[in-house]
Every structure is written in structure tokens, then in C-alpha cells.
Design a protein around this ligand. Structure first.
Ligand code: CU
Length: 493
């Protein structure tokens, strides 16, 4: 019996808890059953620390942790300070900090500070030459956090075929860089990290393409590669922060409240969508950076590594499920209950209106001419190029592209991604931010990001200024893709 079959059977026979609805559109909430390979662990090796740390001196202890997704549904993994997600780190823009990392495991580690403009030796990337945090050792990262916004931190080790290492573990957390002016025009705010657990290899990937952007498939080859693909990584147990849907407390709101949600896709494996029936998300920032044209949408899309800050006006009293539009993902745990005051109903789900994600909705018309300097990157997948797994090339060459991407300091570049694969990839540039210039065949400006999902067989162009000397890693934020070649190293002349 396949694992997925087992899960579905288990879900059907699971004792349905107090969350079963009785409305026309309600769905039962079968939580993932306790898996035989998810033992109820004794108390974790480290003591759970506070959920938020602020100041200039931080300590992150890497050690085994247990995560209670729901009563009797406990996963064991590696985390920071005894919890997963790790503590939210709150820093002030421009004020130097020290992050002391204590590694209480037998595996050398890197902590990457995602979305910050910091030097290579503290960026937390082996490829960039950041010194390792040795197994059973410690190292201090010192840097000056910038720019302000919703950032995050996570392990940056390779996993290869070990699904208990790297970003498959619980080693991730929010990092908030506070700027000088923080308007905070809302009634409450929540930091929500989307996660999956207990990943496994599969040949059959669930397709969520309905909600994905459509546009010209400018890079679709005339003759498709029909060789059998290698195995990919998937999961069927999900959570928001450390709780599966129904496994934790609801978010309690009052009619008329404005709630700021800070979403992070901390998954190592898949792009995710989020909807809240009857409500719209007013997107105000992407990857922590305010957008030129905030706009309201029904469904959010986040590739691994991406963040969205969105305001929701609570104007439809009820008890709702905010979660993944795809039934198996939401029922597998990717959701959280939004409960209005004085509402006693069971949580309701309603399918979201048809809605494809489009970054350019939040941009402004292009105003700048294209930079004179251009770089092109062609992404290709080699089916089973790495034994039972696919491998990836950038410009037909394997990592590390010694003379391929050499930047002149102070120069502005237009970087064009040609995605000749049958997947949408979340591409992340370390230590820099870029401005989306064109995507889905549409030109735009003013959207500043560090990660962008390049559509299936699509093309995207981003502009960036080479103003951060030092080795700079560029990679797909899907761990399995990065590990099998989907990365390049940019260097300065
Ligand atoms: Cu990828």
C-alpha cells in the first residue's frame, strides 16, 4: 500500500473532532493520522525558548525538537531554541547585531539570513565561503541588518537524498527588520509560516496548476523531452507555524478589525496558495518590500522562500478556515481557523473564486529603460540526470559557472530567466534585491523582491544593481532542485 493511500484511509476512519461543520459548504477536517514512523518522542533535547527575541544579541541553539502539530500528532525534527518555527528575531535596521549559533548536532550547519543585504562571510552559504558552524561547535554571525521588512532565516545545508536534513527540518524562523517609520495601521498582526512535514519521494506529483499564472510559454520547446522523469519530493502533512489545521487555537477577530498577516512559505518543496472564504487579501508588501500598488486578491501564491504581507478587513462574521484551496493540502493541515467574536459555528470552507496569481497587479507601469548590461540564464532539467533524480543546468553547464556571471560593481543588470522546464521554480538571489521588469509577457516596475516564481516554460526578467561585492549564490529555493544542480555562483570582477 502506498503511503498516500494509507493516509487517506486513515483520514476516512479518523475520529472526527469538534471541528466538523454543518453548513452546505463545510468540509470535515480529518487531521493527518499519527504515522507509525512518527513516534511520540519524550521531551525534546532542548528547552523551548520564547517565540520572539529582540535586541542586538541573539542566540540560536540547533538541536532536536518535537513539534506537536495536533494532539497525538507529533513530528521529531531539528529546530532552533527548542521550537519550530524558531524564535522570531526582531532587529532594528542599521543597528549591528550578533547572532551566536550553538550547534548541538553532529552535522555542520549554516544559518542563512534571507533577504538581507549582508556580506558573504555572514550570509550563511557554503558556496559563498561563509565559515561553517561546526558539528558540536559554535560560531557568531555579526552584521548590520538592512533593509527593513519581513525577512527570515533558515538552514542552508545540502540535503541530497536525506529528507531529514537541510530545509526539510524545522530550522527556520521569521526575522523582522524594523525601519524608522512603522505606521502599523492595523488592529492585530500574525506571522504565519506555511510548512510541510515528513517529506517523501514520489513519481506522482500533485498538480496545482489551476491557480498558477498563465501567460505565454515563451520557452516551451518545440519537441518536449519525453524521457521518464526522476523522483521528486512531496508531503501530505502540513501546518501553519507548528499547528495543523484544527490542531491549535483559532485567530480570534472582531467585525471591522484590520488584521495584518505576514505569510512565509517555509516549505522546502512546493509553491503554495492561501485563501480565506469571503475575504480578500490586500497585498501591501512582497518579500518584505512595500509594493507600489497595493491591491486586493482572493488567493495568494508563495513559492518557497517568498513572503507576503497582506491586510484583511474582517467584514464577514463567521468561523472560517483560512488555508490552501487544494482540498488534500488543506485537509492535510495547511490552514488555520479565523473565529469572529460571539460566533459559535463550526469552521467553514468555501472554494475561492477562480484567480491566477499575478505579481504585476502590484506594480506600476514600466518607467525606466532596460539596463544596458544583460545576463541570460537558461534553466533546463535533465530527466534522471542524477540517477533516480532529475538534475538541472544553468546555461547548459553544471555549477559553479566560473566565468559565466562576473559582475562589474556599480553596474545595473537585466537578468532574464528562460525556464525550459515543466515546473514553476522559485528563484532566489542572495545578498541583493531585484526589481521585476517583465513576467507572464507583461512589463512592470517597482516590485522589489529577492525570490520570484518563474512560470512553467515561462520567462521573467529582473533588474538589479551589482552593489554587494562578494560571492553571491543564486538558486532554486526547492531544496531538491538546488541540491541537484539548480544553482549558480555570481562573482564580482
Ligand atoms: Cu526548482
Amino acid at each position: 500500500m502506498q503511503r498516500r493511500d494509507f493516509l487517506q484511509l486513515g483520514a476516512l476512519t479518523a475520529v472526527v473532532g469538534p471541528l466538523v461543520g454543518n453548513g452546505a459548504a463545510q468540509q470535515p477536517l480529518p487531521l493527518p493520522p499519527n504515522m507509525p514512523n512518527m513516534p511520540n518522542m519524550p521531551a525534546s533535547a532542548s528547552t523551548a525558548g520564547p517565540a520572539e527575541l529582540s535586541g542586538t544579541e541573539f542566540t540560536l541553539q540547533i538541536a532536536p525538537v518535537t513539534v506537536e502539530l495536533a494532539p497525538n500528532r507529533i513530528v521529531s525534527t531539528i529546530g532552533y531554541n527548542g521550537i519550530s518555527p524558531g524564535p522570531r528575531l526582531r532587529m532594528k535596521e542599521g543597528v549591528p547585531v550578533s547572532v551566536n549559533v550553538v550547534n548541538d548536532t553532529d552535522v555542520p550547519e549554516y544559518v542563512h539570513f534571507h533577504g538581507l543585504l549582508i556580506p558573504s562571510d555572514v550570509d550563511g552559504s557554503e558556496e559563498e565561503g561563509t565559515p561553517v558552524v561546526p558539528a558540536r561547535g559554535k560560531r557568531t554571525y555579526r552584521f548590520t541588518p538592512t533593509p527593513a521588512g519581513t525577512r527570515w532565516y533558515h538552514t542552508h545545508t545540502m540535503s541530497m537524498d536525506d529528507l531529514h536534513r537541510g530545509s526539510y527540518t524545522g530550522m527556520f524562523g521569521f526575522l523582522i527588520v524594523e525601519g524608522a517609520n512603522n505606521p502599523g495601521n492595523f488592529d492585530q498582526e500574525h506571522y504565519l509560516a506555511l510548512r510541510d512535514w515528513e517529506p517523501f519521494f514520489t513519481n506522482q506529483l500533485m498538480d496545482n496548476d489551476d491557480l498558477d499564472p498563465t501567460g505565454p510559454k515563451a520557452e516551451k520547446p518545440d519537441v518536449l523531452d519525453t524521457r521518464p522523469p526522476g523522483m521528486e519530493v512531496t508531503a501530505d502533512i502540513f501546518s501553519i507555524n507548528d499547528k495543523a489545521l484544527g490542531g491549535g487555537e483559532p485567530i480570534r477577530v472582531r467585525p471591522g478589525e484590520r488584521v495584518m498577516f505576514h505569510f512565509l512559505n517555509a516549505s522546502a518543496i512546493e509553491n503554495r496558495h492561501i485563501a480565506l472564504p469571503g475575504h480578500k487579501f490586500n497585498v501591501v508588501a512582497l518579500d518584505g518590500n512595500p509594493v507600489p500598488a497595493p491591491a486586493a486578491v482572493d488567493v495568494l501564491m508563495l513559492g518557497p522562500g517568498e513572503r507576503i504581507d497582506a491586510l484583511v478587513t474582517m467584514d464577514r462574521p463567521g468561523v472560517w478556515i483560512m488555508g490552501a484551496p487544494e482540498d488534500p493540502v488543506r485537509e492535510g493541515g495547511l490552514g488555520i481557523v479565523i473565529e469572529y467574536a460571539n460566533q459559535r459555528r463550526t469552521p467553514q470552507w468555501m472554494p475561492a473564486p477562480p484567480s491566477a496569481w499575478d505579481y504585476t497587479r502590484f506594480g506600476k507601469p514600466p518607467s525606466q529603460p532596460a539596463p544596458a548590461e544583460k545576463l541570460d540564464m537558461v534553466f533546463e532539467k535533465i530527466p534522471r540526470g542524477a540517477g533516480k533524480f532529475n538534475s538541472f543546468t544553468v546555461n547548459g553547464k553544471p555549477y559553479p559557472h566560473e566565468q559565466e556571471f562576473v559582475l562589474k560593481q556599480g553596474t545595473r543588470y537585466r537578468l532574464t530567466f528562460h525556464n525550459r522546464t515543466d515546473d514553476a521554480h522559485p528563484m532566489h538571489l542572495h545578498r541583493h534585491q531585484f526589481e521585476i521588469a517583465e513576467i507572464y509577457g507583461k512589463a512592470t516596475s517597482g516590485i522589489i523582491k529577492d525570490t520570484v516564481v518563474v512560470p512553467t516554460y515561462g520567462r521573467a526578467s529582473v533588474d538589479f544593481t551589482a552593489d554587494q561585492p562578494g560571492l553571491t549564490l543564486f538558486h532554486c529555493h526547492i531544496q531538491h532542485h538546488m541540491d541537484y544542480g539548480f544553482k549558480a555562483l555570481l562573482r564580482y570582477a
